[in-house]
Each structure stands twice: as C-alpha cells, then as structure tokens.
Design a protein around this ligand. Structure first.
Ligand code: AMP
Length: 460
C-alpha cells in the first residue's frame, strides 16, 4: 500500500536552553514505540543538524555525537519498522535543504495514498531517495512553501493532498510545528517543560521531563510551538475521526493519557468487561507480561479472583513478533517467558493477553503451563479477533497471517490448546475506551476502513 509501515514515536521541544539532552530522554521514554532506529535534529542558529542511526536510542545516538548538537529547538524520532524497510536511509528525522532554508520531519503513521502521490510527483520529474512516505511529506510541504512562503498554509495544503495516518513533528529552520491528521489515528500531545514547550507522541514523556501536560493536539490541528507558548490552527471543517483502538489495547505505554483516556485505565476496564462477557470458574488470573498485565488486573478485580504473576519474562529479550520466520518466533517465545511452577501447579488458571495475531505466543505459553502442572488453562483476550490488515502504521499486514481468518473461535481454542477462549466484543472494547465507535478505527477487527483503500471496504 505505502512504503515502510511504521507506528513510531515523535517528539519536539522549543526551550530557552539546549534541547538535545531533553529530546534524548523523551525518546528513551517512548522507546517502546520503535526500536529499529532513532534520531534527533536541532536548529543550531544557522542550519538543522541531525544525528541518527539504527538500533535503540542509546546505540543510534551515541553520547559523543549527542554532545555536538547545540540548539534550542529540535525534534526526535524512534522508528518501528518491519522487514524490508530497515536501514539508515529510512531513519528519521529526515532533513533537507529547500529554497526557504532547512526542513526536517519526524513522522508516525502511514500515508495511505503515498504510492499514487509519489508516482504523480515522479512523473513531474521529482526524485525520491527513500521508500518512505516521510520523504513525500517533506516534498509536499516544500513545494507549497516555494509558492506561498507561509509555513502553516503550506502544511495545510500538504495535509489536503495526503490521506491516512500522520502525527508529525516538523522543524522549519527555527520554527517547530506539531501536526495531527484529521482522523487522529495516532496520538500527539503538548506539554510545558522547564523553560519551554514540547510535543510528543505520548504524555508519559512530558511526565518524565517533570513537565506539565497542556492538551492533546486535536485531530486536524497544526500547532506552532515556541519556548514562550503555542498557537493552534484548527481544521476549518468537520471531519470523521478514527483514533486507533490498538494504541490503548497494546501499543502505548499504560502511564500515557491519550485524548483524555489513560491507557492503564482503559486496559483495566477492558479486563473488567471481559470478566462480565466471558466469565470462567478458575483459581487465579495471570497476565502475559507485559502486554496483558493491566487487562488481567481488571479481570481479577471484577471477578473477585486472585491475581498472580505466574510467568517471568526475560526483560532483555527482544521483540519476537517481528522475527521473519515462524520457527524463529516460536524458539524466541519459548525462552522469553518461563512459568513459576509453584504458582501454576495443580491450579485452574486464566491467562490474559491483549491480542492474538498469528497465535504463536499463546500456543507455546499454554503448553508450557500444562507442562508446569496447570490443571486447566483458560485464555481471555483484550481485543476482538484481528481479521484485517492495518494500513495506518501497526505491523499487521496480511489477512493470511491472522489465525482468526483460518479458524472459528473454538478452532483457535483447539489450536492453542486452551480449555476455553474468550475475546472481548467490539462493543465491549468501545465501551472501555469511552469514545463512540464512529470516532475510533476498528478496521483490524471489522474490515471497515475509514479511508479509501483499494480492494477494501470503505466505512463511510
Ligand atoms: P501472536 O503471537 O502472533 O498471536 O501475536 C500476539 C502477541 O504479540 C501478543 O502478545 C501481543 O502483545 C503482541 N503483538 C500484537 N500485535 C503486535 C504488533 N503489531 N507488534 C508487536 N507485537 C504485537
């Protein structure tokens, strides 16, 4: 559909002293949003300087290089990429020279009409260095800037051409802008930090910098941020909303608040609703760490069943989900988590996770629990069955990949070897998040897409 898929993290700070260290700290806090590459760009008074590289923040941005970044305004990025889109060339922020100076962008999301826009511009003779939709965003903004020399108007015009998901931190020389697509797929918020203001994918980074949360960037808004304040340019017309449900279910950190809904609280509510929708007679409730923890706490509280940590996770293990081959994923899951025998032996256990995609994780963990002596193993899931791909930045790509497209719920139960299996309903999930269903993107669970995508059902 588009180029590399990425549900990344962005940050931007304007302050009255150097911002590179604060950007680095903020990126560490949102590291869970992307582990493939990281980078920081700052405006040093004459030019935008960028340090970026592959890997985790502390590897991608070595301390000696960080120390070379002098500037009171800057942006940063952590990148979550999938096979085929790795490599330094796709690391962000992307920084270019233009007729009006320098322009740098950090992007979270996927522009769904990227290929057709790119082709259109290639036919006009423009060239592209990367496969990334972020480069297209740079080109769109600079094209409009060349005509109008109006940053806000140029970003607005670029937004008019793009469809899909984009939460952006944009640096135009010394001017910092936050941009959120009109659907509001990915989060973006604003905070006041010591000596200035910051924008960030997740509010927890504002807390980490001992700042004060100011507001969410609303869908469709452009917000210019300076050390002294901020100015919001809202969208002029009503536009449908499609906030990604998976941010609350899995992707964001539990201590973040997205659009007024704390992630931890939503996950706990999911657990409580699961307890109502899918009860079971068990001795204890256990999370799959760390993804199912808050859901499991909610379930245990609502059902009045003891909560135990029955799996210990190797905290240094990497992500198993993106390993390219099934055998590798299975091997990685089976060493990542080990059951505590004394907790599970002889018990009727319920385990809770946020989602089932291919079914790899649960198949292995259920059998490990049986080997450790569990009498019964019941499974509850904090999202409805995932049946359709995400085109807006979450790494869930092909229908064939999803176990729910191959088996009925009872068939999945059999495949993972559980005594019972229950998923939260779509209605239950919507109730837990607290927005109207129409204001959320639920496409991965119902196949109805909020933007036009060739071959897919359009929601409106
Ligand atoms: P699977 O093992 O394929 O069924 O995948 C489900 C597990 O992977 C759950 O523990 C989720 O927390 C996690 N997960 C789900 N979606 C993603 C994703 N897009 N990226 C990384 N991990 C994911």
């Amino acid at each position: 559909m588009s180029g590399p898929k990425h549900s990344c993290g962005v940050v931007g700070i304007a302050a009255d002293s150097d911002v590179a260290n604060a950007l680095y700290t903020a990126l560490m806090i949102i590291q869970h949003r992307g582990q493939e590459s990281a980078g920081i760009s700052v405006y040093d008074g004459a030019a935008i300087e960028t340090v970026k590289g592959d890997g985790l923040v502390d590897v991608a941005i070595p301390k000696d290089k960080l120390a070379t970044l002098d500037g009171k305004v800057g942006i940063g990025h952590v990148r979550y990429a999938t096979t085929g889109s790795k490599g330094y060339i796709n690391a962000q922020p992307l920084t270019v020279k233009t007729a009006f100076g320098m322009l740098s962008v950090a992007h979270n999301g996927d522009v769904t009409n990227y290929l057709s826009l790119r082709e259109k511009y290639m036919r006009e003779g423009r060239t592209f260095l990367t496969d990334s939709d972020s480069e297209l965003i740079l080109k769109l903004i600079s094209k409009h800037m060349a005509v109008t020399d109006d940053p806000v108007g140029s970003i607005r015009s670029a937004m008019g051409e793009m469809d899909g998901a984009y939460s952006l931190a944009v640096l135009m020389n010394d001017r910092l802008f936050a941009v959120r697509d009109p659907y509001g797929f990915r989060p973006l918020c604003l905070g006041k930090v010591y000596g200035g203001y910051m924008i960030c994918s997740e509010s927890t980074a504002i807390d980490a910098l001992k700042g004060e949360f100011v507001r969410d960037i609303e869908p469709g808004e452009i917000c210019e941020v300076t050390k002294d304040g901020y100015k919001v340019y809202p969208m002029e017309r009503d536009h449908p909303r499609a906030r990604c449900m998976f941010e609350w279910v899995y992707f964001a950190r539990p201590d973040s608040v997205i659009d007024g809904r704390e992630v931890y609280d939503v996950r706990r509510s999911i657990g409580k609703i699961l307890a109502r929708e899918c009860p079971a007679d068990v001795d204890l409730v256990m999370p799959i760490p760390d993804s199912g923890r808050a859901h499991a706490i909610g379930y245990a509280l609502a059902a009045g069943i003891p909560y135990e940590e029955g799996f210990m996770k190797n905290r240094f293990a990497g992500r198993t989900f993106i390993l390219p081959e099934q055998k590798m994923r299975e091997a990685a899951v089976s060493t990542k988590m080990i059951p505590i025998k004394s907790t599970v032996s002889g018990k009727r256990i319920m385990i809770i996770d946020d989602s089932i995609v291919r079914g790899t994780t649960l198949k292995i963990l259920v059998s490990m629990l049986r080997d450790a002596g569990a009498k019964e193993v019941h499974v509850r899931i904090g999202s409805p069955p995932i049946v359709a791909p995400c085109y807006y930045g979450v790494d869930m790509k092909t229908r064939d990949q999803f176990i729910a497209n191959h088996y009925s719920i009872d068939g999945i139960r059999e495949q993972i070897g559980a005594d019972s299996l229950g998923y939260i309903s779509i209605e239950g999930l919507v109730e837990a998040i607290g927005f109207k269903a129409d204001d959320l993107c639920l496409a991965c669970t119902n196949g109805k897409y909020p933007t036009r995508i060739e071959g897919e059902e359009y929601r409106f």
